[in-house]
Design a protein around this ligand. Structure first.
Ligand code: ZN
Length: 359
């Protein structure tokens, strides 16, 4: 059975209680529109400022039921295996006891398993295909679809798509509150759930990688999503207003700049995640830049990576989106297989990220 919102919170509390040497619970500052408080579960035996860290997000889209369960499951597996001194296996993807210890001792994992609890509760009780959060409909707008914001269009990165993208760019976002899927919100980072993710990054400068787990394609996406990647023209980037009229078109000779070393790191880590996921039962997720699906605006993965370019005081954070499985709410026996794929991918990232990024 899928976890409900209360069960996700109680799992965080129980894991923290059962493994006090390997966990820390951190309250997030912004309550949701319905008044829910969410928390981070940090897993790792070192102090959070001693080792590089990975931020793991789930549940941003309400109807994607697998990711929050996957993150709770991975946290529990890691803590249990480390405590018992054993390895972990998901199908044919296996990790030794030494690798489990390496993850716990050489990185910190910040689990934010359910970013959008209001949406998940609504999806699990009332409207299964709900995607957005539960911000009240604006005055004068009526109808159930006028509630809510798509949190993965709300981040402060080329958020204002009408100003930042070519008129014919196929960017999937909307400024219409009654759009049932992709309403971007009244302002960038207007939503408490979005601001909690921003706070997690602001408050933990050792975070160097972020994975936002969604469903369902499957695919592993790396930066950028705003336009095709290019490594030849540094001035062609998201801060350049000259590109506002042309951003987001494929094959027009203009793309979003990423240095070649950074692009190599982004791809290399995504490939290692894909290898580990595929080893579970043979499903090849594949690796693509996020633009490979369609141009995106206001997404978490590009926001995370853009931060160090917007403000050099911020750490560089490689941003990923894993689109797991091939349906939003599979029967739970299938969900468990997908949870194995996500777990294996994230363990591969945790094992490889420090060395690939700095070496
Ligand atoms: Zn999603």
């Amino acid at each position: 059975m899928y976890l409900n919102v209360a069960e996700i919170e109680s799992a965080i509390t129980s894991l923290d209680g059962a493994y006090p040497g390997g966990t820390e619970v951190i309250d997030l500052p912004h309550a949701t529109h319905e008044g829910r408080t969410t928390r981070l579960l940090r897993v790792g035996t070192r102090q959070s400022d001693e080792v590089p860290a990975i931020l793991l997000l789930g549940g941003m889209h309400a109807r994607e039921w697998v990711p929050p369960d996957a993150l709770i499951s991975l946290a529990a597996d890691l803590l249990e295996a480390h405590d018992a001194g054993t390895g972990l296996g998901y199908g044919s993807s296996t990790f030794t006891a030494a690798q489990v210890a390496q993850v716990l001792e050489e990185v910190s994992l910040f689990f934010f398993p359910c970013v959008n609890p209001d949406g998940r509760a609504f999806s699990q009780t009332t409207s299964a295909m709900w995607r957005k959060n539960r911000r009240s409909a604006p005055a004068g707008s009526t109808g159930p679809s006028c509630v809510g914001v798509d949190l993965n269009r709300n981040f402060d990165f080329v958020w204002d798509h009408k100003a930042k993208f070519a008129p014919d760019a196929d960017v999937h976002t909307s400024d219409k509150p009654c759009d049932p899927q992709v309403y971007r919100g009244p302002a960038a980072a207007s939503e408490p759930e979005t601001r909690n993710v921003v706070w997690a990054l602001d408050s933990h400068p050792r975070i160097r990688w972020m994975v936002d787990v969604h469903s369902a394609v499957p695919v592993i996406l790396h930066n950028w999503g705003s336009d095709q990647n290019q490594s030849s023209t540094p001035t062609d980037n998201f801060r350049n207003p000259d590109l506002d009229a042309v951003r987001g078109r494929p094959d027009d000779g203009i793309g979003e700049f990423m240095t070649e070393p950074d692009l190599n790191i982004a791809v290399e880590l995504a490939e290692r995640m894909n290898d580990a996921a595929r080893a579970v039962r043979g499903v090849d997720y594949g690796v693509e830049p996020a633009f490979g699906l369609y141009p995106t605006s206001g997404t978490s993965d590009d926001y995370a990576y853009s931060r160090h370019l917007t403000d050099p005081a911020h750490a560089k954070v490689f941003g990923y989106t894993i689109e797991c499985g091939d349906t939003f709410q599979p029967v739970f026996s299938e969900a468990e297989e997908v949870i194995g794929e996500v777990s294996a991918a994230l363990l591969a990232l945790a094992l490889n990220a420090p060395e690939v990024t700095d070496g």
